[in-house]
Design a protein around this ligand. Structure first.
Ligand SMILES: NC(=O)c1ccc[n+]([C@@H]2O[C@H](COP(=O)([O-])OP(=O)(O)OC[C@H]3O[C@@H](n4cnc5c(N)ncnc54)[C@H](OP(=O)(O)O)[C@@H]3O)[C@@H](O)[C@H]2O)c1
Length: 254
């Protein structure tokens, strides 16, 4: 499929883990996928592996915490593709399993730099290209533990912790709650433009972020983000969808 007819996608943090698998699944569905990675060596290595499988995957240097890097990525996409159909904001960092009383503010700030401000930086840099596509999709890879409804009920939505024990993780959990609010705010601004904006919870997936303690494979974890990235024009916006093994996924409470 040529770049002229294929849908163009960008996936951030795509050199490993869930992002790598989202990249693979989108490319298998005929997208030309720009594989965002902050480290050129790691990005090119993953690009080579996926291209060896015959997939049209192109390494894109992109550190989501760096505005200049996002600007340069947007410039390259403008020159090579001229528009963008799919943006998956997947890059994320974990945080220590510490209660708020023992979490210094600088730790929270560091996690927010990637998980929240990075999404704003990349989305704003690429929005002009998304507007040029007839129907575009933005998927923010969040987490069920970003759910404020679950935090208020003190129930771990992932089922990893027993009832009455919502995970106490100030930086990571609240960064994903903030990301959910960011998702809704973009979705509302972009209503009626053809750009659908949704948040995905991939499930508890075995990757580096959790020391591979997750119970799902990256193939399973990529399913909901890919489903939201490939929604039809009648698809929803401003939804929070999680992995529950059903074909349509589980609508999660914000
Ligand atoms: N695994 C789970 O159970 C789970 C559950 C819920 C949500 N999530 C979310 O899923 C997403 C992917 O996580 P994962 O599980 O696949 O973890 P992972 O294997 O650690 O992958 C994280 C990816 O993000 C990249 N990244 C981090 N900071 C970046 C930056 N400043 N600029 C560009 N890329 C950056 C990493 O690149 P480097 O290799 O350069 O570090 C890596 O490619 C994250 O948003 C995470 O919060 C994961």
């Amino acid at each position: 499929m040529s770049a002229q007819t294929a849908r163009i996608a960008v996936v951030t943090g795509a050199n490993k883990g869930i992002g790598r698998e989202i990249t693979r699944q989108l490319a298998e569905r005929g997208h030309v996928v720009y594989l965002g990675a902050r480290d050129a060596e790691r990005g090119r290595a993953t690009e080579s592996e996926l291209r060896a499988d015959g997939l049209d995957v192109r390494f894109l240097h992109l550190d989501v915490t760096d505005e200049k890097s996002a600007e340069l990525a947007a410039r390259r996409l403008t020159e090579e593709a001229g528009l963008l159909h799919v943006l998956v904001n997947n890059a994320g960092v974990g945080g220590p399993m510490l209660p708020p009383s023992r979490t210094p503010a600088h730790q929270v700030r560091t996690v927010y730099e990637t998980n929240v401000f990075g999404v704003v930086t990349v989305t704003n840099a690429l929005l002009p290209l998304l507007h040029r596509a007839p129907s575009a999709r933005i998927v923010n890879v969040s987490s069920a533990i970003g759910s404020l409804a679950a935090a208020a009920a003190n129930l771990d939505p992932t089922g990893v912790h027993p009832p009455g024990e919502f995970p106490v993780m100030l930086s990571y959990a609240t960064s994903k709650a903030a990301l959910n609010a960011v998702t809704l705010t973009y979705a509302n601004e972009l209503r009626g433009t053809g750009i659908l904006v949704n948040a995905a919870s991939p499930g508890f997936v075995a990757t580096d972020i959790n020391g591979h303690h997750g119970t799902l494979t990256t193939e399973q974890g990529a399913r909901i983000p890919v489903l939201l990235a490939t929604l039809g024009d009648d698809g929803p916006t401003a939804t929070f969808l999680g992995e529950d093994g059903t074909p349509q996924g589980q609508a999660l409470q914000w």
